[in-house]
Design a protein around this ligand. Structure first.
Ligand code: NAD
Length: 259
């Protein structure tokens, strides 16, 4: 079965990558591309529907899966709009605050919604194995993380770093918000035991690097994930969009549901 797609933020880095891969795969058909009025130039020459608002295309794309990699407020609006039409939505946007995440979870009770801070296979496998590694190493190992991204990224730490941090904290019986340290400067004293440091570097065109460090007595383990291209996230988003076809509302779905 072919999955019909509406891409929100189609002129952006992720939107363009998803559209390119969808065109190469007969399992997908681009129904519509949506971006802000000032970005529609980037979509000139496209043969499917092109518009500056979701409302303008939805009546002509019943049942199409919407993929949204834009900005937190925009993605929430996409989810609210989809509540009226029932189109499934796959959101990859990061940087949502707690209230926005709570609203997304609430909307997911009414309409089929999917959100993941990182749609690559590698990071989602890490989310499964890192808790096991944390428990096996035990409490003597200090956990720290470093993430590196391109210089146009808007949020920090990255959504992926926060997801990895949450799974590491949970494995220790902590809540990430209680133990996260993302800035060290001046006379800060000894490192508290109950702490996970997450530092962010920004520069150039780095797609995404996450390294988790387990510093122990006389040794350390480093686990690194490097995204070489956005294709890895885009393939995950396409897979999620197909998986969401025919799904019912109930709870917010994520990559762990697919694997
Ligand atoms: P980008 O700035 O290149 O693209 C965002 C696009 O959204 C732009 O084209 C912008 O014009 C468009 N947009 C903004 N407001 C809009 C609106 N009201 N209607 C329609 N389009 C609108 O950013 P990007 O690098 O593509 O990243 C987008 C988001 O995806 C970020 O939050 C980023 O962190 C996240 N991301 C997630 C993953 C993942 O696997 N989940 C991977 C990479 C990036």
């Amino acid at each position: 079965m072919t999955t019909q797609l509406i891409i929100m933020g189609a002129g952006g880095r992720m939107g363009q990558t998803i559209a390119r891969l969808a065109k190469e795969d007969p399992a997908y058909q681009l129904a519509a591309l949506v971006d802000r009025p000032d970005c529609l130039d980037r979509l000139r020459g496209e043969t499917c529907l092109v518009a500056d608002s979701l409302d303008a295309v939805l009546p002509r794309c019943p049942g199409a899966s919407i993929i949204d990699f834009t900005a937190p407020a925009v993605s929430l609006n996409t989810a609210r709009t989809a509540c009226r039409t029932g189109n499934p939505v796959v959101i990859g946007t990061t940087g949502l605050d707690d209230a926005q995440k709570a609203e997304l979870a609430e909307l997911a009770r009414k309409t089929p919604l999917f959100w993941s801070s990182n749609m690559s296979v590698g990071v989602n496998v890490l989310l499964k194995i890192l808790p096991e590694l944390t428990r096996a190493l035990g409490e003597k190992y200090d956990i720290e993380m470093m993430e590196v991204h391109h210089n146009r990224k808007k949020d920090a730490p990255s959504g992926t770093a926060l997801s990895l941090g949450e799974c590491l904290a949970e494995a220790r019986g902590w809540k990430l918000s209680d133990v996260r340290c993302s800035a060290r400067d001046g006379i800060i004293g000894e490192r508290p035991k109950a702490q996970i440091g997450i530092q962010a570097l920004r520069g150039g065109d780095v797609v995404g690097i996450h390294t988790v460090y387990f510093f122990g007595p006389g040794e350390r383990i480093e686990v690194t994930h490097q995204a070489h291209s956005r294709d890895t996230f885009a393939q995950g988003a396409l897979r999620a969009a197909a998986w969401m076809q025919g799904r019912t509302a109930g709870r917010l779905y994520g990559m762990q549901d697919i694997f």
